[in-house]
Design a protein around this ligand. Sequence first.
Ligand code: PMP
Length: 448
Amino acid sequence: MIDRDRLSALLARERAEFAATHARSADAYAAARNLFGRVPMTWMNKAAGGFPVYAASARGARVTDVDGHTYVDFCLGDTAAMAGHSPAPVVDAVRRAAGDGLATMLPTEDAAWVGAELAGRFGVPRWSFTLTATDANRWAIRLLRAVTGRPRILVNSYCYHGSVDESLIVVGPDGEPAGRPGNVGAPCDVTTTSRVAEYNDLAGLERELAHGDVAAVLMEPALTNIGIVLPEPGYLAGVRELTRRYGSYLVNDETHTFSTGPGGATAAWELEPDVVTIGKAIGGGVPIGAYGLSASLASLLAGRDDLDLVDMGGVGGTLAGNPLSVTAARATLEHVLTPAAFARMTKVASTFAAGVREVVDRFGLPWSVTQLGARVEYRFASPAPSSGGASAAAADPDIEDFLHAYLLNRGVLLTPFHNMALMCPATTPADVATHHEVFAAAVTELVG
Ligand code: PMP
């Protein structure tokens, strides 16, 4: 029902408008000749307007760019700023800590507080820190390979767990496992290190686990990086039952599903993983990652004299657990991303979802809207896809670019990679209404 010529013309118009009104961002981009791809990290070239918006400042749910435009920010650093930009308790804690030694390589007392808080929230009692969620996943994988003596990791097709080599595998078009298209410099054929099953496919999972060589299933309780794909009734209980039956550990990557509530989907849905990994949001914007182990797994590992957990065995980083990261995490968890804040964020997210649904229904669009606590996503397929493969097939980069550019030109920022909107404690119903007004106008131009 979308006229592609009209879509191309609208996208060209929005890009021209963006270029005309973002001159300083354009200049900054043109001047950055010594950056590979002109950006600090090449993924920043995923910019619907044609080049990135350069940030000048950000507070709460607002970002202001170098051209003076202020945006309602539903991207929130792709979850890293779930607590809102520069929340006061985190800024105060970081200011205090910054003057007291940034890299002593000695433990600080806040780390134990954060460990206890994460244990209470996620139900696994022994925590270690990293600097990124990617590293939390990498180190969890190493520990689980060591403890099981099994070589392979199983993930869901079209998952994302950071740049973890083992996770860059998909169910290919012929149903066989294959490297994720575009994977850069795989160290070896990923089908020799990994197994893959579609999300919500218990039969496929069992078939792969039955090989008996899977150390761990690494999964998000709901997929979030290919749109949101929610679990069907019984799926997650089935995953737990099958992993136990086939002797594989279960890792819940809560980096994004943390939006479900104060203890992520793990607590909200009463899941029982052996390991929880997380990052980004718990530091309130300061780099941190963490992984939590069950008591039995931690004691198994601690009892293994052959594993070098202290020096160069492969599960460490000089700056992991640094004072700034852990003090920021303490401030975030103690004062900002509290249970009460999650309740408010989820309520605002429900308003967001309802408003988008209303527009989708009004125009009879074959699109779906999915909510995961404080996070909402719209996808160009209805009903909502039930697997990563199906959701990947529903991608429509042109519609996505048009909507993102249209929203950008009218002061609304979505996450660049898909149509994700996240609420932080500072997001208001008025912010949501702003999105809906612009979204409805965009859809009217597209199909009206
Ligand atoms: N796990 C999940 C589920 C993620 O979505 C991401 C990043 N989007 C990561 C891990 C990796 O996080 P980081 O890039 O901060 O290491």
